[in-house]
Design a protein around this ligand. Structure first.
Ligand SMILES: *[C@@H]1O[C@H](CO)[C@@H](O)[C@H](O)[C@H]1NC(C)=O
Ligand SMILES: *[C@@H]1O[C@H](CO)[C@@H](O)[C@H](O)[C@H]1NC(C)=O
Ligand SMILES: *[C@@H]1O[C@H](CO)[C@@H](O)[C@H](O)[C@H]1NC(C)=O
Ligand SMILES: *[C@@H]1O[C@H](CO)[C@@H](O)[C@H](O)[C@H]1NC(C)=O
Ligand SMILES: *[C@@H]1O[C@H](CO)[C@@H](O)[C@H](O)[C@H]1NC(C)=O
Ligand SMILES: *[C@@H]1O[C@H](CO)[C@@H](O)[C@H](O)[C@H]1NC(C)=O
Length: 480
């Protein structure tokens, strides 16, 4: 499985995700009929957000309450490449930006194919096929890691899913809701933005549960899941829920926060000059996106010429997360700045970027998750992007704040390995909280309690790989 680790994994996803991202003609207003949209429709896809008039809220939307559905399209995708999915719908909903001002976003809802679900073999340890027919809804935060609005999950997922998580959720009979939690400007690393958009997506799905999703609005139950960039969004949602969305208490019954990176400052240091340097560029551009003064400052410090100049830096605004990883691979991101690293961090900087990061891109500075909602945090003990000790501190602060957390530190593998290795434990956690399953080896802490477990779960991706990985060949029978 060497191919699947670290950059190999991400490069594989690149072929999946980069295909449908147009590179030009984004900022200019398209002629009508717009040839790009026409080409997308002709190829069997919805056009990307910046070409699609559906991605704009109807007049008067600002005065609706957060979570209000503003537009619905059903079915949404002309075709779907996720096994076990019957159809999709999309909801454009009212939300809030990182300052709490009126904003909007889009959630894509994938509905399971019950005929397929009912034909699955009985539960076994490899496929963990669900037998409980829980009408749970899992809000899955994709690690989109991009500052391009056209790289929103609602657009890219119509190509194919990158890692297979959505299939695994649908195979358990759950409805999967994927919010564009970065919002309309793709503000990657804007923490409050991500949290609000995540919570409002659940409100929006609940609002149309009976009419459009086909589940009982009263008895339906919801859970959150995200890994890495997606874990950041899920974590912020939990930290903001008590204040912003107390109406979801009793409805949102659990959250799985995988591979959290609690402090962007330290993550940026760990990722520079490596295959992950593109994430540093994206996070700097994204985190200041909703702070006009910091945004202006960042741009003013970019070099006008030379190999590493403003044009090259800001090209990231039209790249998917994986394209950015390839474009900036191994670069020293601070070479783009007139004053180097000290333009951004440290005592010589003017502190403006640090202030935004500390306010909006550090986990654990808001509130602890509500005491009612069990949280499963999992993290590779040897995570090379964000030291496990920072997550230890985060979990400790959650627990001090009254949250109930099950915390797994996996002593096998690094950041990208844990993306896969944590999946079955997450499925077990979700089945326990959503379906009341008692067969899983997951201890849900009582209210007011926290549990930390050091585990050794090796990487075995055979049954976790997405369908496209097999290139049309059947999945191994043992995987169901
Ligand atoms: C951009 O739009 C123009 C005018 O519609 C078209 O001729 C051109 O091919 C487009 N460029 C790309 C890269 O799609
Ligand atoms: C957003 O909210 C902030 C603080 O509440 C306010 O100062 C600012 O003007 C608002 N921005 C917009 C674009 O409404
Ligand atoms: C649902 O699953 C059944 C059984 O696998 C299959 O025959 C049918 O085509 C599927 N329907 C859709 C809409 O995918
Ligand atoms: C800026 O960088 C780009 C590469 O990203 C290069 O093609 C261009 O010539 C540079 N511009 C100047 C003025 O040096
Ligand atoms: C984030 O990490 C940096 C570097 O270690 C530190 O200076 C800063 O105080 C941290 N931010 C918060 C809010 O803890
Ligand atoms: C159950 O989980 C505990 C703690 O993670 C672990 O030590 C034990 O081996 C697991 N048991 C089974 C049967 O998987």
């Amino acid at each position: 499985m060497g191919q699947l680790t670290a950059f190999g994994l991400l490069a594989s996803a690149a072929t999946a995700l980069a295909l449908v991202l147009p590179h030009d003609n984004i900022t200019t207003s398209p002629p009508s009929p717009d040839p790009i949209s026409t080409a997308y429709y002709a190829a069997g896809y919805l056009p990307p957000p910046t070409y699609d008039p559906w991605y704009s809220p109807p007049s008067g939307w600002e005065s609706t309450v957060p979570g209000t559905p503003l537009r619905i399209r059903q079915p949404a995708y002309p075709s779907i490449n996720v096994r076990g999915c019957k159809d999709t719908l999309q909801i454009l909903y009212r939300s809030s930006d990182t300052h709490g001002n009126a904003s909007w976003s889009v959630v894509t809802v994938f509905r399971p194919n019950d005929t397929y679900f009912n034909s699955l073999p009985p539960l076994n340890t490899k496929n963990f096929a669900g037998r409980l027919k829980g009408r749970g809804v899992v809000s899955y935060q994709v690690p989109s890691d991009s500052v391009a609005p056209d790289a929103a999950p609602s657009n890219l997922l119509q190509g194919q899913e990158p890692y297979g998580e959505m299939r695994d959720l649908l195979m358990r009979g759950w409805i999967v809701a994927v919010p564009d939690y970065e919002g309309p400007r793709a503000s990657y690393c804007a923490g409050a933005q991500a949290g609000y958009a995540t919570l409002d997506a659940i409100r929006a799905v609940r609002a149309v549960a009976g009419t459009h999703v086909g589940i009982d609005p009263e008895s339906s139950r919801y859970a959150l899941w995200g890994y890495s960039g997606g874990g950041f969004a899920a974590g912020f949602a939990m930290e903001l829920m008590g204040r912003y969305a107390p109406d979801l208490i009793g409805k949102l019954v659990g959250a799985a926060v995988g591979g959290p990176s609690p402090n962007l400052t330290t993550v940026a240091q760990a990722m520079n000059k490596k295959d992950t340097a593109g994430l540093v560029v994206a996070s700097l551009v994204g985190v200041v996106d909703q702070w006009p003064e910091a945004r202006e400052y960042l741009r003013s410090r970019l070099k006008a010429e030379g190999t590493y100049n403003a044009t090259g830096f800001l090209k990231i605004e039209k790249m998917s997360g994986v394209e950015a990883l390839m474009a900036y691979k191994d670069q020293d991101v601070y070479d783009y700045f007139v004053g180097g690293k000290s333009d951004i961090w440290g005592s010589e900087s003017n502190g403006i970027i640090q202030a935004v990061v500390d306010k909006d891109a550090v986990m654990g500075v808001h509130e602890a998750p509500p005491k009612e909602v069990p949280v499963f945090v999992y993290k590779a003990a040897k995570d090379e992007m964000s030291a496990v000790e920072e997550t230890d501190v985060l979990v400790e602060s959650y627990c001090k704040g009254g949250a109930r957390v099950l915390y797994h530190r996996n002593h096998e593998g690094g950041h990208n390995d844990e993306l896969w290795a944590g999946r079955l434990r997450t499925m077990d956690f979700l089945r326990t909280v959503l379906d009341g399953w008692t067969g899983a080896n997951m201890t849900i802490p009582d209210v007011g309690k926290c549990i930390t477990e050091d585990v050794k779960v090796p990487l075995d991706v055979t049954c976790l790989l997405p369908e496209w990985w097999w290139g049309g060949a059947p999945r191994p029978a043992e995987c169901g």
